[in-house]
Design a protein around this ligand. Structure first.
Ligand code: COA
Length: 205
């Protein structure tokens, strides 16, 4: 297992170096108020909250609890959670991938030091949907990925009805995916992270 990457960029510190609330220090436990809103990488301790949000989504869960635990253990730096007063309200889980297109193997695999991030799941708590949270979290995640060294693109598969949502976020359609889950078929979408020198120079990366 590859140790999670430690990131020195000042832009990334707020995500990666924040302590999860449930493993908080004594000093943190004395706080009377929880942060109204914070973004940070997820850890295996967040897996239950992730699964609770996933489970209430109709249809099949994209990831099993074991897979969530596996990805958050192997590549926490490719996840991002949005917490409001300590509660997870939306999250993204990604892992590394090293082929041109996503295939069935990508559903369960993390390839360390890869140039491609496979976004397995973006989900917002059902009480928080249609408020812009999914779009804002995705935007922050993509900005964050652009600052991680070596990453060139993000890939995901989605059902056809979500293609407009990802298009609005800057993804391009790659066509039908080889991935199927039961009777479900998917469209592959791609977001270019590389070659953004101007954005990088001005982003604090
Ligand atoms: C998809 C999801 C993350 C969007 O998060 P959100 O916070 O509700 O999204 P926003 O408020 O930022 O944007 C809303 C947009 O999402 C898209 N959208 C969300 N659910 C949709 C649905 N069931 N059908 C079609 N479009 C949908 C639409 O483009 C919508 O814009 P519109 O209202 O102008 O049509 C959220 O609906 C969710 O968690 N869904 C269940 C899990 C899921 O399907 N995840 C994606 C695949 S793993």
């Amino acid at each position: 297992m590859t140790a999670p990457q430690m990131i020195s960029s000042p832009f990334l510190k707020p995500f990666f170096l924040k302590t999860p609330l449930n493993v908080a220090s004594h000093q943190r436990q004395r706080r009377h108020t929880l942060p109204a809103s914070e973004f940070r990488n997820l850890t295996p301790q967040d897996a239950i909250s992730v699964f609770e949000i996933e489970r209430e989504v109709s249809g099949e869960c994209p990831l099993t609890l074991d897979e969530v635990l596996g990805f958050l253990g192997q590549c926490p730096e490719l996840s991002l959670g949005w917490f409001e007063e300590g509660q997870l309200v939306a999250f993204i889980i990604g892992s590394g991938w090293d082929k041109e297109k996503l295939d069935q193997g990508a559903l369960t695999m993390h390839v360390p030091n890869a140039q491609t991030v496979h976004i397995h799941v973006l989900s917002a708590h059902r009480h928080c949907r249609q408020q812009g949270k999914g779009s804002v979290l995705l935007w922050r995640y993509l900005q964050y990925l652009r600052c991680l060294p070596g990453l060139r693109r993000a890939l995901l598969v989605c059902e056809e009805f979500l293609v407009p949502f990802y298009r609005k976020a800057g993804f391009k359609k790659n066509g039908p995916s080889a991935i199927t889950v039961g009777a479900l078929t998917f469209t592959e979408m791609e977001y270019q992270l590389g070659g953004q020198a101007y954005a990088r120079r001005n982003s604090g990366c």
